[in-house]
Write a protein that binds this ligand. Structure first.
Ligand SMILES: Cc1cc2nc3c(=O)[nH]c(=O)nc-3n(C[C@H](O)[C@H](O)[C@H](O)COP(=O)(O)OP(=O)(O)OC[C@H]3O[C@@H](n4cnc5c(N)ncnc54)[C@H](O)[C@@H]3O)c2cc1C
Length: 306
């Protein structure tokens, strides 16, 4: 079996930045990606306005650009879903078990990112794709002139609500507390919109509808008061979960995030974590890409010693 210098698991911004740096470092590298298209969460982003040099670029276009750059430098990709890694320790070959094949490398970068968290209320799964969405930028256009609700109180929830307010007749923002966690600048923008109504101190109890979303049942956590809103779309933005289940027991984690510092070195020598899957302060494209670069630099140092 071909033993690669480096295997990168995941091809979002972290994995693709790592692939670019690995190609330039002349490491014999394989990138394993479970999705048919590279780019990760960026593909679901309507517009990215905070990546330096590319103001307002579409998320899908940015994902493609990252992949094209890696391709141009000769990066090699395999489509497979990594389910487990076997590691016998420092200096030993690491075995990556995918659904289809097994791969071997002297060092690994885990760049598997994160996914949307479910709300866990009745109707959510059944009506997912029929009015329930986790991505306003992907699905918002289907709700032109319709009434929608966004559930959540962080940056993504508020960004989603601002975006939806451009096309929906009305947007409710349902939040379990009396104030939002989102950046103040986003809050100011949200509160300035005439067609946005805040529903404070409230949680969703059920998403209702026969074949499509028709209403949302809410409960006020302070007063116990119940309310049912007629609407056509429910956008859930209640956080993300790291994609790290395949690496449980392999590396130390906290809350599912792999513990690693700026050098991206995990608790297992030769295994590095980059991007949203790493325990860190800010999960963005720019920090994911930076991790990819740092992880390769650390991997190079590790490979030189072994
Ligand atoms: C709606 C939305 C809007 C956003 N807007 C912005 C923005 O405007 N600006 C910004 O900077 N950031 C934004 N972000 C955040 C940004 O997209 C993420 O921080 C970034 O994509 C993280 O990159 P990553 O490479 O770590 O992970 P991801 O982008 O999650 O990529 C991980 C990749 O790994 C693959 N993978 C996972 N598990 C496996 C496995 N077991 N085997 C093989 N492959 C696997 C996945 O398929 C995926 O392709 C947004 C995120 C969302 C959801």
């Amino acid at each position: 079996m071909n033993v690669y210098d480096l295997i990168i698991i995941g091809s979002g911004p972290a994995g693709l930045a790592a692939a670019i740096y690995a190609q330039r470092a002349k490491l014999n590298t394989l990138v394993i990606e479970k999705a048919m298209v590279s780019g990760g969460q960026v593909l679901n982003t309507y517009e990215v306005d905070n990546y330096p040099g590319l103001p307002g670029i579409g998320g899908y276009d940015l994902g493609l650009k990252f992949r094209e750059h890696a391709d141009k430098l000769g990066a090699v990709f395999a489509e497979d879903d990594v389910v487990r890694v076997e590691d016998e320790g420092d200096g030993k070959v690491k075995r990556v078990i995918g659904q289809d094949h097994t791969y071997e490398a002297r060092a690994l970068i885990i760049a598997t990112g994160a996914h949307h968290r479910l709300l866990g209320v009745p109707g959510e799964e059944r009506l997912s794709g029929s009015g329930v969405s986790y991505c306003a930028t992907c699905d918002g256009a289907f709700f032109r002139n319709k009434v929608t609700a966004v559930i959540g109180g962080g940056d993504v929830a508020v960004e989603d609500a601002i975006f939806l307010a451009r096309m929906c007749s009305k947007v409710y923002v349902v939040h379990r507390r009396a104030e939002l966690r989102a950046a103040k600048s986003l809050q100011e923008k949200l509160f300035s919109l005439d067609n946005v109504e805040m529903v404070w101190d409230s949680v969703a109890e059920e998403i209702c509808g026969e074949n499509r979303v028709e209403s949302l049942k809410l409960s006020n956590v302070k007063t116990g008061e119940k309310r049912e809103i007629s609407l056509q779309g429910v956008f859930i933005a209640v956080g993300i979960t790291p994609e790290s289940q395949a690496f449980e027991g392999l590396v130390d984690m906290e809350g599912g995030y792999i513990k690693a510092g700026e050098d991206c070195l995990s608790s297992a020598p030769g295994i590095f974590a980059a991007g949203d899957v790493r325990q860190k302060q800010l999960r963005q494209i720019i920090t994911a890409a930076a991790d990819g670069a740092n992880a390769v630099t650390s991997a190079e140092r590790y490979l030189m010693k072994h």
